[in-house]
Ligand binder design. Structure first.
Ligand SMILES: *Cc1c(COP(=O)(O)O)cnc(C)c1O
Length: 379
């Protein structure tokens, strides 16, 4: 088979979506499935919809165009503030976009009028993570501006935490969002359809808090695709953490000294990785590089250790594994490796509907104390 490749079990994506949709439904929260790390794969999007997602979100216009071809013409949301240069394409391919700026909103309104297609706007509020968002004090004015454009529909308010500075969603910051919704509704005599509380990092809060307030939507990518909580990268009980696997082919196997020799300076990507031990190691090279995956999120099978990765070579210590040139090795993936493999032109994407398997039985609650555990359980 072609290598390198990333193999995704759409049955597991569907099951992960279903579990999260059901758990959140009990809190009055629906799920937008986020496909951006899967290059807007229609197969992945369809699996999320089968699992009960009420719509799909992606950060990129070309990905939304891919999703627009899906049979059921799902509700599509652009989850990154539109580029001014793209507003025409945005209103053509997205039903809703997340927004922060008056200039973009005005341009969207013009494009929507021109296209004769109304466009929904969710205004994003800054809650402390310092990425996108309107300052709380400026939200009423931003709402007024959207309401002033007849071709736009104010769908609701939203927020995004954790992605930029790791700020944890909690009752306090989520409460601010609920407070703003109530304030805006009272001020303008309107009622908002969507209060989009955040990404996968908001899941643990939503499922554990006594009161979700007005939050009625989450935008979930990583939790569905990888089965982990991005705050601590812990497995979410009851979800598959192995829906996707990266496979690479071995191109060299040799016993080599444990330590390099000669004067040493920088390696291809900065400081050379530490090599430990003395004597020799059974070392293999795989045809897999940083042009294919992010080494930080690549998880080798038990007993194999990653020694380093450059643009095109992955060097591993094989330990006791019997491996020959031409063999393939499967790797688990964390978010960065998954995203990079799915978006690299060098990696073949394979999607299949695996035999139905029961999701793993919930064994332990998601830790919330900051302890970092393994991202994925390895085969
Ligand atoms: C990427 C993104 C998401 C989804 O994030 P996950 O951690 O993959 O769930 C949601 N909202 C916004 C604005 C994003 O950029």
């Amino acid at each position: 088979m072609t290598a390198p490749r990333i193999d995704t079990d759409l049955g597991k994506i569907e099951q992960n979506t279903r579990v999260l949709v059901d758990r959140l439904a009990a809190k009055g929260i629906r799920v937008t499935g986020v496909t951006k790390s899967a290059l807007g794969s229609p197969g992945v999007g369809a699996a999320m919809l089968r699992g009960g997602a009420y719509g799909l979100g992606d950060s990129r216009v070309p990905n939304l165009t891919r999703l627009a071809g899906l049979d059921r013409r799902p509700l599509r949301t652009l989850i990154r503030s539109p580029m001014l240069s793209q507003v025409g394409r945005v209103v053509g391919v997205a039903d809703v976009s997340l927004n922060t700026g008056a200039a973009v909103v005005a341009a969207l309104a013009g494009a929507a009028t021109e296209a004769g297609r109304p466009h929904g706007v969710v205004l994003m509020v800054e809650l402390g993570d310092l990425r996108e968002g309107i300052a709380a004090d400026d939200v009423p004015e931003a709402v007024r501006a959207v309401l002033g454009h007849p071709s736009l529909r104010l769908v609701g308010l939203g927020a995004n935490l954790a992605c930029q500075n790791g700020v944890v969603p909690d009752d306090r910051n989520m409460g601010v969002l609920t407070g703003l919704v109530e304030k805006v509704e009272a001020l303008h005599g309107i009622s908002l359809d969507v209060v989009s509380g955040g990404n996968s990092a908001t899941l643990n809060w939503a499922l554990s808090t006594d009161d979700v307030g007005r939050i009625d939507e989450l935008r979930l990518g990583e939790a569905i695709l990888l089965g982990v909580d991005p705050l601590y990268r812990t497995p979410i009980p009851g979800l598959h953490t192995d829906a996707s696997t990266v496979t690479a082919e071995v191109i060299e196997v040799a016993v080599k000294p444990a330590q390099p020799w000669g004067d040493r300076a920088q390696a291809a990507f900065g400081e050379p990785p530490a090599r430990t031990g003395s004597g020799s190691v059974r070392q293999a090279i795989l045809a897999l590089g940083r042009q294919d995956v992010d080494p930080a999120g690549l998880q080798p099978p038990e007993g194999i250790t990653i020694l380093g990765m450059s643009s095109d070579h992955l060097v591993v210590d094989l330990g006791d594994h019997a491996v020959a040139v031409g063999d393939e090795i499967d790797f688990g993936v964390a978010y960065g490796a998954f995203m990079q493999a799915m978006t690299s032109p060098f990696v073949t994407k394979i999607e299949h509907r695996g035999r139905p398997t029961a999701p793993p039985v919930p064994v332990c609650p998601t830790t919330t104390n900051g302890q970092v555990r393994e991202h994925l359980s390895m085969p």
